[in-house]
Ligand binder design. Structure first.
Ligand code: GTP
Ligand code: MG
Length: 287
């Protein structure tokens, strides 16, 4: 996060002295693997509000051609692709846009279920730099359920056109995770994004995510009690605490997942492949 600007890195490469910290060198370390996911060293999820450029980032890193366009709700199911970076293979999962992990529309549930139960190694939240405040709602929710996240502040070119400047360094300090500014349609910032993903995936950078204050003791006791019951009934269930909180809030979709046996299936499978409560996986090929 305290690296030189992409301009200074690029100038080093132009001078013909590519070094391991320069952006052009790092971009050259990217191999787009398309649908050839195979055995991946790390699984990376792309989450974010609708229309923030998730599929644009996905396409740029995998070489695939997920549907993109300037209206929300284009991606309705999960798409998977792969890339290799610095010799490590990454499975990249493009998710439908969602405003909140509490949302209940079918495509938003696909995103929610993968983030909660798919256990990605890194969650990249792609945010719209022109609507940062609204986008941070999902970022804070994601930070409640994972220690390994990167914030990609995309559409920086649009923000600049409107005179908006984003202080990514301050954001990184406040959120406790790497924050990278991008204009993904033109590839700007993607070398830095790749580096941040690698840093978090390999543990080179340890996140200290901002968390909301603990609930009052009475509620905390109820949550802990429910968590231990859930863990007894559903051993291996990821994010049992989140499930407990949603049950206490009377979340119908979680109650239905219990009644239908979906939650039991999740805890049995461990969900490393991330099928999700209601998600149908969609491998997307070049179109
Ligand atoms: N100006 C500009 N446009 C961008 C950038 N990144 C993506 N876009 C455009 O923004 C629109 C939305 O991009 P998508 O990649 O489809 O967004 P998404 O987040 O996958 O959208 P949903 O799947 O509907 O949630 C498209 O028209 C992209 O070309 C960027 O950095 N700058
Ligand atoms: Mg999309």
């Amino acid at each position: 996060m305290s690296e030189p600007t992409s301009l200074s890195r690029a100038s080093v490469a132009v001078a013909g002295e590519a070094c391991e910290s320069c952006a052009v060198f790092r971009a050259a370390r990217l191999k787009k693997l398309g649908v050839q996911v195979g055995r991946a060293d790390f699984v990376v999820a792309l989450a974010g509000n609708p229309n923030t450029g998730k599929s644009t980032v996905f396409n740029a890193l995998t070489g695939l051609r997920q549907h993109t366009g300037n209206w929300p709700g284009k991606t309705v199911t999960r798409a998977e692709g792969a890339f290799e970076y610095n010799g490590r293979r990454y499975k990249l999962v493009d998710l439908p846009g969602t405003y909140s992990l509490l949302s209940a529309s079918p495509d938003e549930q696909v995103a929610r279920d993968f983030l909660l139960f798919g256990q990605p190694d890194v969650t990249v939240v792609v945010a719209d730099a022109t609507r940062l405040e609204r986008n941070l709602n999902l970022v804070l929710q994601v930070l409640e359920i994972t220690d390994r996240a990167v914030l990609c502040v995309n559409l920086l070119d649009e923000a600049e056109r409107h005179g908006i400047q984003v202080d990514t360094r301050q954001l990184a300090r406040d959120l406790g995770i790497p924050v990278v500014g991008t204009a993904a349609r033109r590839g700007r910032g993607l070398p830095e994004l790749l580096q941040a993903i690698e840093d978090v995936a390999t543990g080179r950078v340890r996140c200290r995510p901002f968390r909301l204050p603990e609930p009052p003791p009475a509620l905390r006791g109820a949550i802990e009690d429910l968590v231990s019951r859930l863990q007894r009934i559903y051993p291996g269930l990821p994010n049992a605490r989140w499930v407990a909180v949603r049950l206490l809030a009377g979340d119908e979709s979680i109650l239905n997942a219990i009644r239908s046996g979906e939650l039991a299936a999740l805890s049995r499978s461990g969900q490393t492949s991330g099928t999700g409560v209601s998600a149908a996986a969609a491998a997307t090929g070049p179109t």
